[in-house]
Write a protein that binds this ligand. Sequence first.
Ligand SMILES: O=C(O)CCC(=O)C(=O)O
Ligand SMILES: [Fe+2]
Length: 267
Amino acid sequence: MEGKEEKRLQLDDFIVGTLPTLYYIPNFITESEQAQLLHHIYEGPASRWKYLKNRRLQNWGGVVHEKGLLPQELPPWLTKITQRICQQTGLFPSPINHVLINEYLPDQGIMLHQDGPAYFPVVAILSLESPVMIDFIAHPRLREDSATCTVAAKAETNGSLGESLCRPDVHCDPCSLLLMPCSLLIFKDQAYTDYLHGIQDSELCSFDKVLNISEVKKLQAQELTCDPVVAEDSNGTGQSSIFRRTSKRVSLTCRLVPKVHKNLFKF
Ligand SMILES: O=C(O)CCC(=O)C(=O)O
Ligand SMILES: [Fe+2]
């Protein structure tokens, strides 16, 4: 696929929900491409991983600084995928130059947060292995009164999804997306600037506020045929309203840091 001009996706077909703007693209890569990526991610030395309290990660592309990027060339196995994301989405003004690879065990997540100001405000997240739920919730500053702010602020610290009681002029409903393996999530606009996103550090995920219902159906169908990922709790319709994460999930967060420092000494 190297050097091949990729066909532009009709992105409007992949919008989910009404919050501007979330795109969910199922099967963005094939299972064999997933296996190749996992091979590259795990073939490196153990020192490639940086350990955080609740997950471990690999940083590719250089060091992101408040003032920009101290760059390091991305390896070909990553540019192959980042170029495809750029070409197929047309959402990045120049090549993606930074990739964060996060690995989450079934009881690990990432607290609600916003991505830093150094990045161009479009994020593309490729998901590998276990399905997982990502939550979006309005930033406390968008909320009407201090009581609501407390709910959102609490959500920010404990990772749970708060209730929405928002200013009527802004889109404020909390929502979730089920991220299946091989899928690509892109978020930008208000979802980037005014919302927090996070993954709960819990093995059990609720389908409660999920926008991409068709993926839930896929997961439920899979359960009948192979994998016991859909957990025991039933919502009275014979279908489960939660699922249990049973294996690790790996994600590639692909972003563009527009400001690149070519000369270390000028930094
Ligand atoms: O793993 C994910 O899906 C989210 C990662 C993320 O939010 C980040 O790297 O900033
Ligand atoms: Fe993030």
